[in-house]
Write a protein that binds this ligand. Structure first.
Ligand code: GTP
Length: 373
């Protein structure tokens, strides 16, 4: 997955990160539950006498393993889908822990399993330690894993207090250590996640900055270069009109020369502000392509509509000019307007060239006018 495909919303990112981690960290447990149960059953005194129980355990742990393998990560990263996936994965994890807890309880309770008790206890210690270090991301669910794994076994040991109290106390002491370690690991996981979220936020704002013209706050040439071919391809595929308006301020050099560069800058900002007021559709992309040249990409807009808006912009500008730093500056612009036509434009570049040629026609014809491509 590339950086641009990561969920942008922090809550969705946190769920996505959790899903990735849980998937990577919990699949092996399914295999080891099955192996541990096979060992406990086969090494018990009389595995054949425990055939039904042994096979039932294999079916339970084998079934859970298959469900875990089949439970693939979602391809979409929206919050609801990720949350649903996580809920299901946690259900499988808790069912595994519950099954193993009952297996331990039964092994410690039933004399027929006396020969495999050490294996069952060691496996429980291994499973619970792994869960505390690998699945510490959720406060309550991670904690719930521990009683599921230990309580049935502790109960069985308590019932045989005289003979088993040593094991009981040892398991209880280890359980208390796990609860403490779980709290600490959860904090570590949380601080890693916070750090990752901060990095993501910084990356996003850097990316935003790199696509924004700092003077006018419009999209810059880099933004245009990445947006334009995608919009042309979409318009072509969906057979929808895409219009492009190119705007170039007339004799801008004179403003710089006569009123200074700062006044020129103020004009450019005011020009961008005027564009925002006229081309107001959410889907319109307003861009500064360089110097005193601007562009508007208008998806889902036929040529006639784009021409009307562009012409009203031109007329308003010619009528009002700008008031900049106390000076009233007459200002006009020349515009080229075109709509993508697959039969005329065999590429996005060809479409741009066609509209750019119209802009130069407007300039050559005397400026302060609009030419259609
Ligand atoms: N103040 C300011 N001036 C800029 C900026 N970028 C480009 N310019 C100036 O814009 C002027 C553009 O000049 P020309 O390309 O000759 O165009 P023009 O004077 O507008 O003439 P026509 O486009 O032919 O009508 C140059 O003087 C550039 O220095 C900027 O960010 N700020």
């Amino acid at each position: 997955m590339t950086h641009s495909e990561l969920p942008k919303d922090p809550a969705a990112f946190a769920l996505w990160r959790q899903a990735q981690d849980i998937r990577a960290r919990s699949t092996l447990a399914g295999i080891y539950y099955l192996i541990a149960w096979l060992l406990v059953w086969l090494i018990s005194g009389e595995p054949r006498e425990q055939l039904a129980l042994g096979l039932a355990g294999c079916a339970y742990f084998g079934g859970l393993l298959l469900l875990r393998l089949a439970h693939r990560l979602p391809t979409q990263n929206n919050r609801q889908i990720l949350q649903l996936w996580l809920d299901r994965q946690w259900t499988l994890i808790l069912l595994g822990a519950l099954g193993w807890g009952l297996a331990l309880g039964w092994t410690l309770y039933n004399e027929d399993f006396a020969g495999s008790r050490v294996i069952a206890m060691m496996a429980t210690i291994a499973f619970s330690t792994a869960s505390v270090y690998h699945l510490a991301m959720r406060r309550y669910l991670s904690l719930l894993l521990l009683p599921l794994l230990y309580l049935p076994g502790l109960l069985a040991l308590a019932l045989d207090w005289q003979a088993q109290r040593g094991h009981f106390i040892a398991l209880l002491a280890y359980l208390s250590y796990l609860v403490f370690a779980l709290g600490r690991n959860r904090e570590i996981y949380r601080s890693h996640l916070e750090l990752e979220l901060k990095l993501l936020e910084q990356q996003q704002s850097l990316e935003q900055l790199s696509r924004t013209d700092s003077l006018t706050q419009l999209g810059n040439r880099y933004q245009f270069n990445s947006l334009f071919p995608v919009m042309v391809a979409n318009a072509h595929r969906q057979n929808e009109p895409l219009s492009l308006v190119l705007l170039d301020i007339d004799f801008f050099k004179r403003i710089n020369d006569e009123h200074g560069h700062a006044c020129g800058d103020a004009c450019l900002s005011a020009f961008a502000e005027r564009m925002r007021q006229v081309f107001r559709r959410e889907s319109d992309a307003l861009l500064r392509l360089g110097g005193e040249e601007f562009g508007v990409l208008m998806p889902n807009t036929p040529l006639e509509q784009a021409k009307l808006l562009a012409e009203s912009f031109r007329q308003e500008l010619a009528r009002q000019g700008f008031k900049v730093q106390g000076n009233s500056l007459p200002l006009t612009a020349s515009l080229g307007v075109g709509c993508f036509a697959p039969e005329l434009d065999n590429s996005a570049e060809a479409f741009f060239k066609r509209v750019d040629a119209a802009l130069y026609l407007a300039k050559d014809a005397g400026r302060n006018r609009l030419a259609l491509a």
